[in-house]
Design a protein around this ligand. Sequence first.
Ligand SMILES: O=C(O)CCC(=O)C(=O)O
Ligand SMILES: [Fe+2]
Length: 303
Amino acid sequence: MSIRVRELSEALGAEVLDFDPSVPMDTATAREVREIWLQYGILLFRGVDWTLAQHIAFTESFGELHIMPRLATEVPVNLQQHPEIFVVSNIEKDGKPIGVKRAGWGWHSDGEDKRVPNMASMLYGIKTPEVGGDTGFASTYRAYDALPPKTKERLDGKLARFSRVEMHLVNYPNLPPLTEAEKRDRPYVWHPVVRTHPETQRKCLYIGRWAVEIEGIPGDEGRELIDDLTAHISKPEFTYIHKWRPGDVVFWDNRCTQHCAIPYDDSKEDRYMLRTTLEGDTPFHLAEDGRRVESFLVSPLEV
Ligand SMILES: O=C(O)CCC(=O)C(=O)O
Ligand SMILES: [Fe+2]
């Protein structure tokens, strides 16, 4: 089979045409979809009408499913009957949220605050607002490639510290603070700022909204650099902004892209999105001379 695609932007993304992801794929088709996914970083399927089981099955053809951990608070994270499915929604029932509100309002890649971040995520739009509620996607390959040579030299092989504990209330001001037990479960993690993609071997910029420090660069200067790099990643020339329609499925590679739920007035219209997530592997940087730097955790006892 030869799959037809339409490019979504200069930087990344392709819409897969004449393709129904609810139908089980044979091995050759699955291989071809994976190839175009690796090439474009994100794939869009439109007009999808599938069951939860089909959403899960299509996701599983790319890897091992990840179940999002529950929060210590009342906020439901996953569908009760299907813990494989994470709910992003502003809807409340009987005064209680039915999913995570304002999830991902800021540039990030999923699971970047963990030693083993998520390889990929697949978001299905069911109720999508007429105004706002778009999602931005950025190619971190492009962002890395466009850095001045001096900045590349400065960052290649360096690590950045990501901290859920320090950034939780900055990134999720609408959620309750982490409990002491949750904090213990979320130690710091150091990730290579320049990550080598394990399948394409290309380099990408791996920094995001949970990053708080860059190795060897003093406090404020490091934070400024993190802000500059974050702003750099989200420049229009590296991004694609997706305007959702019901029935859209976007499948992104967290290893070489970032995304951002673009803040909007969420008091006006309902937005209901279901996401499946895949397990990943430990990020690494592979230098030209073969030196390899890997992500590692700092245990809470050492913090
Ligand atoms: O709601 C969105 O557009 C994206 C939310 C997000 O960051 C995610 O589902 O990983
Ligand atoms: Fe996300």
